[in-house]
Write a new protein. Structure first.
Lengths: 261, 333
């Protein structure tokens, strides 16, 4: 048992307790630190802080981190962990990698309040709204009692937060869609949606990274690739980024330098 | 050094042990489905375990060796032949210049791994040579092999060179030669027809109905034809939660048994997505993933629940045995 810096007792294994965390196994090679049970900015910041702390202070045997909305999966090499922390036996005397990793993570959790808050990057993404790139723009406008231009104005004036990447290379789960333009999914999904398509589904907005079938309401398309295998890091966006969309014309879209995904 | 692909077989891809460090960007880990067999094949030709080899599925390819090569084939029984000679699995083999590797009938398992001394030297992309089929990166041009492909081979280790010399002393450099040494039988998995896969409880294990949990742990489940390197879809009893709940997406891994609405479980395999939002019923232990990877479409698997401690002990034991073998091989020249 560790203590947080402000003296609150740290209580693992008690779900729903504000400020507490649970550490559970994901198979025999990863531990998941669960920092909450709902999607919120506050929990997102704690996820970022723990990630940042672990990146700067990795324990021996730590292999890889996968952050998500409310938790972080920490992959590890059990053999390396036991070799590096040979005397680390918890009360009860169990001696296998998971309790050692869980104890290390508990200790680290007590430090995350000291982590300087991450400096969010703002990434501006050009979008060609409407036309052949956004066949559902009219529907979204009608559904919300707006004009198409108002949908564009609202969509491109909001700030979105990248909560996490997943589903496909570089795919951002974005929060922050104004409820005034939220629209349910299409009743019949399209067979193929081109990569780069910007859509709305319920109260989420997103960008399709690869050509796939899908039921999102398409309002536009961006001329950038979300997945850039030759870049470091290999994605346009990272968890924690702030995203702003801005409208471009059809001509600007066609003449955009980067190859379309 | 190079390999010429004459015919590609059903699905032959370049794989190493996977692409790590990029899952936070939504980029899958991938890698060999039966990583144990690939590691063994690499060790048996003097390679580092991380070198890339070929994963060959159900129907093997036909390959010509442009130069004399030291090779090993491990994993499932795809009945390899070098010219007209049947080749044993789990051995070190010297293939003379121009030799033709081809495969016959499928017996045990469904994936075989070919390692060549020096490794398949395709470019490293995002820290790995593994083929990521959906994104079209890694491996040979980001895709499965085709007829006419030429694969580059790296420089063998000193150990590989010495073993080549030892093997060519037996029959001369113009003839096939098979090592008399091979790993202890205890190190060679037996890919049973109906493997019993050991699992540990998944995060939502206790959210499933008791009878569903009991059925999962007592009945056989059949691997459906829609299964691939991403996931094995299972048929069998429908497994249900006590009450429906929607979950927030979080990390999943190789061997995660998740149950979408509808109740038919899916086991996530090497090319699984990085995150998922379905309830996690169980997790196949790492030490048993080779048995799962070798289970064929249409065959059945069973599950047995063990503790996390037992699972980690099994994994450590497997790792220590491989380490011991590696040490022995490193001194055997």
């Amino acid at each position: 048992m560790g203590e947080t810096t402000d003296g609150r007792e740290f209580m693992p294994n008690i779900p729903g307790n504000p400020g507490s965390a649970r550490i559970v196994p994901l198979g025999d090679s990863a531990a998941v630190v669960i920092l909450g049970d709902s999607i919120s900015l506050q929990i997102h910041y704690r996820v970022r802080a723990l990630c940042s702390y672990l990146e700067h202070h990795p324990f021996t045997g730590m292999a890889e981190l996968v952050p998500s909305f409310t938790s972080i999966a920490v992959y590890y090499d059990g053999l390396a962990v036991l070799k590096a922390y040979p005397g680390y036996i918890r009360p009860g005397g169990e001696y296998y990698p998971f309790p050692v990793v869980a104890a290390l993570l508990e200790m680290m959790l007590s430090h995350i309040d000291d982590e300087p808050p991450p400096q969010p990057r703002t990434v501006r993404i050009p979008v060609y709204y409407g036309g052949e790139a956004g066949p559902d723009l009219e529907f979204v406008a009608e559904h919300n009692g707006l004009l198409p231009q108002q949908v564009i104005d609202i969509h491109s004036s909001a700030e979105y937060l990248v909560y996490m990447l997943g589903f496909a290379p570089g795919f951002p789960y974005l929060g922050g869609l104004p409820s005034s333009i939220s629209t349910p999914r299409r009743l019949s999904p399209r067979v193929a949606i081109p990569a780069g398509s910007v859509g709305i589904a319920g109260d989420q907005t997103g960008v399709y990274p690869l050509e796939t079938p899908g039921g999102w309401q398409l309002i536009g398309r961006m001329p950038l690739s979300l997945f850039k295998p030759e870049s470091v890091p290999p994605t346009l966006l990272q968890a924690g980024d702030t995203v702003r969309f801005y409208p471009i014309s059809r001509r600007e879209f066609m003449e955009w330098g980067e190859d379309l995904p | 050094m190079s390999l010429l692909i004459m015919t590609p077989g059903l699905l032959t891809t370049v794989q190493d042990l996977g692409r790590y460090g990029y899952q936070q960007y939504g980029i899958i880990a991938g890698g060999a489905m039966d990583s144990y067999a690939l590691r063994m094949a690499n060790l048996l030709v003097g390679n580092d375990e991380w070198e890339a080899g070929l994963e060959m599925t159900v129907t093997g390819p036909e390959i010509t060796f442009a130069e004399p090569s030291l090779i090993s084939i491990c994993g499932g029984g795809l009945s390899p032949m070098l010219d007209e000679h049947p080749l044993p699995l789990w051995r070190t083999v010297y293939a003379p210049k121009g030799a033709r590797l081809h495969f016959g009938r499928l017996s045990r398992g469904c994936r075989a791994y070919l390692a060549v001394a020096g490794g398949i030297a395709v470019p490293v992309q995002l820290n790995s040579r593994s083929t990521y089929l959906r994104a079209g990166i890694g491996g040979h041009q980001g895709r499965a092999l085709r007829s006419g492909d030429v694969l580059p081979v790296g420089t063998p280790t000193l150990r590989g060179e010495v073993w080549t010399e030892m093997l060519t002393k037996i029959n001369g450099p113009e003839s096939l030669s098979v090592s008399r040494w091979f790993p202890a039988y205890s190190l060679i998995p037996s890919y049973n027809e109906i493997p019993v896969l050991r699992v540990i409880a998944g995060e939502e294990f206790h959210s499933f109905r008791e009878e569903s949990r009991e059925r999962f742990l007592s009945e056989p489940f059949t691997i459906l034809p829609q299964s691939d390197r991403m996931g094995y879809r299972l048929s069998g009893s429908s497994l249900n939660l006590v009450r429906e709940q929607s979950l927030i997406s979080s990390a999943v891994t190789y061997g995660t048994v998740q149950v979408p609405t509808g109740g038919s479980p899916i086991i996530l395999m090497a090319d699984r997505q990085t995150t998922g939002g379905y309830p996690k019923l169980a997790q196949v232990i790492t030490a048993d993933l080779p048995l799962l990877a070798q289970a064929k479409i249409g065959s059945a698997v069973r599950f047995r629940l063990i503790t996390l401690q037992e699972a980690q002990e099994q994994l450590l034991q497997q790792e220590l045995e491989l380490r011991r073998l590696r040490l022995v091989l490193e001194h055997y020249y």
